[in-house]
Design a protein around this ligand. Sequence first.
Ligand SMILES: *Cc1c(COP(=O)(O)O)cnc(C)c1O
Length: 220
Amino acid sequence: MHNVVENLLKISEKVKLKFEANNNISKTPKIIAVSKTFKLDHILPAINHGHIHYGENKVQEAVEKWTQIKKQKENIKLHLIGRLQSNKVKQAIKLFDYIHSLDSKKLADKIFKFQNELNVKPKLFIQVNIGDEEQKSGISKDEVLDFYKYCSSLDLDVIGLMCIPPFDKDSKKYFKEMNDLNKIIKLNELSMGMSSDYLDAIENQATFLRIGSSIFGQRA
Ligand SMILES: *Cc1c(COP(=O)(O)O)cnc(C)c1O
C-alpha cells in the first residue's frame, strides 16, 4: 500500500481510539490532510483512497493544483488554512469550501461582498490569536465574541474557531483555552491540532485536525 494512505489509516485509527477513550467528546474529529507544497502526484493516493478533506495555505498554489481534480471528484472539500489577503478573496471563495483564517472586519466585508456576487457560501472559522503573539494573525481572545456578532450580522456562515498555538510551547494549555472560549460562543467546530499535537487537541473538543507532515512526509 502507498505510504501516504498507510499514514492516513494509522492516524485515523489513533484518532478513533482517542475519541472512543473520551466519552465527553461528542463527535469524531475530521482529518484535514494538509497538502501544501506537495504536488498532486503525491496527494493522489489519498484522493483515490477516498479521503475528503484537504488543506492548503496559498490561494494561487491551490488554484493551480486543485481546480481540475475538484471538478472530477466532487466530494473533495478544500480548506484554506493560511492567511487570506483581501485581494484574493474572490479567487479563494470560488475554490475553497472552508476558510480557517477569518481574522478582520475588512476580510469579513470582502467575503460578504463576493459570496453574494458569486452565490456561494463558504464555511468560515474565526482565527484566534490564542497565544497573544505580536507576529501572528488572528482576533484576540477578548474580541472574539464581538467579532463573531459582527460576522453574524453580515450573514456569514461562521461555523467555528481556529488557532495555531505558539510553536515553541506546549499546545495543551492553548487548546483548553480555545475550548473554554467556545463554551461562551458555542460554535459547532474547533479547528486545531497538527502533526505533533492532534491527540491533545482531540481531548479539548477539536473537530477538525490539520495534519500535514505525518501524512505526506517532511516538506522541502
Ligand atoms: C502546515 C500547517 C499545518 C500542518 O502542519 P504539520 O505539522 O505538517 O502537521 C496545520 N495548520 C496550519 C495552519 C499549517 O500552516
